[in-house]
Design a protein around this ligand. Sequence first.
Ligand SMILES: [Zn+2]
Length: 581
Amino acid sequence: MPFRRLTNIPISLGSLLLLPTLLNAGGVVTHERAELVLRNGNIVTVDDNIGSVEALAVSGGRILALGNGKEIAPFIGDGTRIIELNGRLAIPGFIDSHSHFVGLGEALMTLDLMDVRNWQEVIDMVAEAVKHAEPGECIVGLGWHQEKWENPPHDAVDGFPSHWELSEVSPDNPVLLRHASGHASFANKRAMDESNLSGATENPPGGEILRDEAGNLTGIFRQNAQGLIRARTAFTQRERFERIDRAIDLAIEACLSNGISSFQDAGSPFPVIDRLAERAREGTLGVRLWVMIRTRIDEIDSHAAQYSKLRRIGNHHMTVGGIKFAIDGALGSRGAWLLDPYEDSPDEFGFNTTPLDTLERSAEIALRTGLQLSIHAIGDRGNRETLNLFERAFAHHDEKHGTEGAGRKLRWRIEHAQHLHPDDIPRFGELGIIASMQGIHCTSDGPWVYTRLGDERAESGAYVWRELMQSGAVVTNGTDAPVEKLDPIASFHASVTRQLDDGTYFFPEQRMSRMDALRSYTINGAYAAFEEDVKGTLTPGKLADIVVLSKDILTVPDEQILDVQVDMTIIGGQVLYNRNE
Ligand SMILES: [Zn+2]
């Protein structure tokens, strides 16, 4: 695996830590001027050799020196921006090790209508969305249900709203709002016009176009009639690219306001990767991406070698690092592949969603191209089969992987590693396999994990991150956004408390310590992407990716963790988000 190690080991002079290049031949410190200085803070470096310091200097987008205020003062020049931390906590930028970048942006482009209380709220939300949309851009919403509203719309037909008022606030944008049931959709006038629908349009077989007494279209399309307007959401190629770009912009914004400086994208097809690479080269990504390829195996086979060369482009803003496949589904829908039947459905074992021979082939491609293999595995059977497959591949390639437990060379990953058979837990550490987990999944899924697995299996194998860490595995953290909110504070809280919404705890003996949770969101994520030489700790020479928090997430009582806010996100020494500005 081609990656550069930092050869500059920081030099320590008393408590001051700095790059060796700052010492002249006589061992005297030459004070390069910093572009940015953070001072009077509690800077937790996550570097065990350094611990915490009060102040930090940045030059050329990298960490130049760390020490107390006095030691850092000589680096301050006329052009230095100074940030007074006033005792606040600064830590390495969060690394979300498993989320979906464009998916996150697209989710932010879809109006969530689940909690609206009346039709007027829907109209208001659409009006607001219109303000931010380009003319002609389709506005999509999801999840409305007229039965949940406080009162029916005044112009209701058959209990459903009519389009007139909504069409008035969105004259230039087609609007398509899917009903919570999925069995009906609502369209505005523009969407109906673009689909050439009028009062004269006939009902399709198995569908109904709802009309008022005068025969006018109301905007409601039931069952198969939805197909008449859905055509509109099949965007043209150009519209699709514009949409991807807007999704990228929204995802960047979400990352920055959440303190995420690095984002590991759990699977994009080549056209999306092309656009992300362009944005990285243009310098318009802000956040740093590490991307897994996700598409058909034949396509991966033909192009993976070429894409594997995209490493650290745009000044460390984008790397194509992995190949992603899923061996099974999710627990909620009983898709997770289990060794023993589901507790609440004794005939079901879940599914193997990608044939094992395809996964074998993906392992060969990974070995050939130097990409990491990342397999989504939720159930204990899915995890066992993946561990077996990885073990077989490693056994044939000692020269590539090495033979010594953790710290082996290939760093293949199991995404989620959610429910494990106890026998398989130590295998992660032994085989040097990354457990790419999501703290927040434990607490949001917890309530029905008992139902699906039963208490005994839930206890011995569900989200056992502490046991994995203790057995030598590298455990990373993330949110799987947009499945969950991107919020690292919420996932940190879940990781250290395992407290469910109802106040109970999901097998709290598996809690991470605060420091382990911080590692899972920083240095472990960097390691899982072969990036620990430039990220994950605040060490002289590494990229100056830093997040400043409103409160000390390492020491506040459990019940205050969720109140901690991201004050600043600094990437490459640039303040890209400031909550107070
Ligand atoms: Zn995912």
